[in-house]
Design a binder for this molecule. Structure first.
Ligand code: NAD
Length: 495
C-alpha cells in the first residue's frame, strides 16, 4: 500500500511538470478525511500553453504511421500493467472507490490501450464501387487535430482512456482536464504514458481547475473536438459553447438506469444483480441501477431477497479487500442523498433499509432502498448519484417498458426474465444506448460502443469501433482513371 505522504500535483505541459506554486486545492481521502493531495489550480494561460503544445505536437504525431503509434500504445499498456496496484490504491485513496473496482478500472485502461494499439494495423476505411467506369471511390480516416478531453471524478482512469487512446491511434493530440477531485490519479496515469515513450506535447494535462478552466478549453479555437464526460447540467453548457463555436463534441452524461423484473424472472439472481448495480461504486456510476421496475405479482417475493443481498454488503474504507461499498465523494454528495431521504420520509414513502449517514469520519451513507414510488416522482426521474434505490411496481410487461422509457435519460437498462421472446422484445423497445438481459445495468466492456440516448448524450459513442468514428474525420477520395471528364449522375445511363 502507498504511504500517506501528501502528493503534490501540477500541470503537465509540453513534456514537463509545471513548477509547483501556492495556488492550490486540497483533496482528502473520502473514507478517512486524511489529506491526500494538494493540487495547483490551472489558469487560463495554462490552457493556452497546453493547447499550443498539442497543436505543435500534432504535426509530427499525425504523420507517424499508425502501426508506430500502436506500438507506443502497447508500451503504455505494459506500463499500466506494471503499476496497476499503485494506480488502483491511489484511486481508492483519492476518490473512495473500493480497491477491487479500482483494479478493474485500471484493467479497463490496459485493455483499451491494447485494443486501440491493435487498431494501428487495422484502422479500416471503405472502398466501394463507383457509378462510373474506370473510377474508384474510397474513404479514409483522418485525425481531427487537438482533442479537449474533460472527465468526471467517478471513473478517473477508465473513462479518460476511452477518450485518449482512440484519439491517439487516429493521430490526434490531447489536452486533458480531469475532475479536480482526482488530479493525483490523473497525474499518475499521464506519467505512465510519458514513461512509455509518448512524445512531448501529445498529451497535456491541466489540473485543479473547474468551470472556468473547462470553459476556456471548450471554447479554445484550436480545439477541434471536445469529449466531455460529466453531469447533464454541465454537459448542456458545454454543448451550447461548442455549437456557438462550431466545434465537434462528444457528450457522455448522466443516467437514470432501470432494471425490469418480470414475474417469471430468476428472482435470487435478480436480487443479487440489483444490489450490485445499485450500490457498487456507492451508486456513483453513470450506469448505476437507480430504479427497479417490478411486476406487482412478484414484488413481495423479490423485496426480502433484495434486502437480504443489501444486508450482506460490507461498508467501509475501500482499501480493505473485504469491503463492497466505500464512501461518497464529498459532503455535498452526502447532503444530496440526505435531502432525497428527508423528502421520502416527508412524503410517507417506505424506507426498507438504510437512510442514514454513517459515523463522523468519512462520507459514508447506508445503502438505501425506498418504495414503492410513483414513476413520475423525483426519486424515479432524477439522477441521484448515490446509494438510493427506488422500487416501482407495475402490472404488465407493456407498463414496465413504458415506465423504463419515461425518464429524460437513456444510458442503460436491464430486464430479468426467463422468456426469450419477452427479453428480445424488451431489448428492441427500451430506448437506452445499452441494455442487458439477466444482468445489472453496469458492466461495460471496452470493445463495445458505450453511450446513451436523450439527455445522456448527443449520439456519439466512446468505446469499441464506434470510438474511432467519434475521434476521426472521414475523407472521401475519388480516383478517375478514365482519361475523360465523367460526371456523376449526369453521364450515367441507367435507362
Ligand atoms: P461534473 O459535471 O460536475 O464535472 C465533470 C467535469 O466537468 C469536471 O472535470 C469539471 O471540472 C468539469 N466542468 C465543470 N464545469 C465546467 C464547465 N462550465 N465547462 C467545462 N467543464 C466543466 O460531473 P462529476 O460530478 O465529476 O461526475 C458525475 C457525473 O458524470 C454524473 O452525472 C455521471 O452520470 C456522469 N458520468 C457520465 C458517464 C458517461 O459515460 N455517460 C461516465 C461517468 C460519469
Amino acid at each position: 500500500m502507498m504511504n500517506n505522504k501528501v502528493i503534490k500535483v501540477s500541470n503537465f505541459i509540453d513534456g514537463q511538470w509545471d513548477d509547483y506554486n501556492e495556488n492550490t486545492i486540497t483533496n482528502v481521502n473520502p473514507a478517512t478525511l486524511e489529506h491526500v493531495s494538494t493540487v495547483n489550480i490551472a489558469a487560463e494561460a495554462d490552457v493556452q500553453r497546453a493547447v499550443e503544445s498539442s497543436k505543435i505536437a500534432f504535426k509530427e504525431w499525425s504523420s507517424f504511421p499508425p502501426p508506430k503509434r500502436g506500438e507506443i500504445l502497447y508500451k503504455i499498456a505494459e506500463e499500466l500493467k506494471k503499476r496497476k496496484q499503485e494506480l488502483s490504491e491511489l484511486m481508492t485513496l483519492e476518490m473512495g472507490k473500493v480497491i477491487t473496482e479500482s483494479e478493474g478500472e485500471v484493467q479497463e485502461a490496459i485493455d483499451m490501450a491494447y485494443y486501440m494499439g491493435g487498431e494501428g494495423r487495422r484502422l479500416t476505411g471503405e472502398v466501394v464501387p463507383s457509378e462510373l467506369p474506370n473510377k474508384m471511390a474510397m474513404a479514409v480516416r483522418e485525425p481531427l487535430g487537438v482533442i479537449g478531453a474533460i472527465s468526471a471524478f467517478n471513473f478517473p482512469i477508465a473513462v479518460p482512456s476511452w477518450k485518449i487512446f482512440p484519439s491517439l491511434i487516429i493521430g490526434n493530440t490531447v489536452v486533458w482536464k480531469p475532475s479536480p477531485n482526482t488530479s493525483a490519479t490523473a497525474a499518475a496515469f499521464v506519467k505512465c504514458m510519458v514513461d512509455a515513450g509518448l512524445p512531448k506535447g501529445v498529451i497535456n494535462l491541466i489540473v485543479g481547475g473547474d468551470g472556468d478552466v473547462g470553459h476556456t478549453l471548450v471554447t479554445h479555437p484550436d480545439i477541434s473536438l471536445v469529449s466531455f464526460t460529466g453531469s447533464t447540467h454541465i454537459g448542456q453548457k458545454v454543448y451550447q459553447s461548442c455549437a456557438s463555436n462550431h466545434k465537434q463534441v462528444s457528450l457522455e452524461l448522466g443516467g437514470k438506469n432501470g432494471i425490469i423484473v418480470l414475474e417469471d424472472a430468476d428472482l435470487p439472481l435478480a436480487a443479487r444483480a440489483i444490489a450490485w448495480g445499485a450500490f457498487g461504486t456507492t451508486g456513483q456510476r453513470c450506469t448505476s441501477t437507480s430504479r427497479v421496475i417490478v411486476q406487482k405479482s412478484v414484488l413481495e417475493e423479490l423485496t426480502p431477497l433484495l434486502l437480504k443481498e443489501v444486508s450482506l454488503l460490507k461498508i467501509g474504507n475501500g482499501i480493505d479487500h473485504e469491503v463492497n461499498v466505500g464512501p461518497l465523494i464529498n459532503s455535498e454528495a452526502i447532503k444530496r442523498v440526505e435531502d432525497y431521504v428527508a423528502l421520502a420520509k416527508k412524503e410517507g414513502i417506505e424506507i426498507h433499509c438504510g437512510g442514514n449517514k454513517i459515523g463522523e469520519e468519512g462520507y459514508f451513507f447506508e445503502p438505501t432502498v425506498i418504495g414503492p414510488v410513483s414513476p413520475s416522482s423525483k426519486y424515479a426521474t432524477e439522477e441521484i448519484f448515490g446509494p438510493i434505490l427506488s422500487i416501482i411496481s407495475v402490472d404488465t410487461f407493456e407498463e414496465a417498458i413504458e415506465v423504463n422509457n419515461s425518464v429524460d435519460y437513456g444510458l442503460s437498462s436491464a430486464i430479468f426474465t426467463r422468456d426469450l421472446s419477452k427479453a428480445m422484445k424488451a431489448v428492441r423497445r427500451v430506448d437506452t444506448g445499452i441494455v442487458y438481459i439477466n444482468h445489472s445495468t453496469s458492466g461495460a466492456e471496452i470493445q463495445m460502443p458505450f453511450g446513451g440516448t436523450k439527455n445522456t448524450g448527443n449520439g456519439k459513442r466512446e468505446a469499441g469501433q464506434a470510438a474511432l468514428d467519434t475521434f476521426c474525420e472521414w475523407k472521401t477520395i475519388y480516383i478517375d482513371y478514365s482519361g475523360d471528364l465523367q460526371r456523376a449522375q449526369i453521364d450515367v445511363d441507367f435507362s
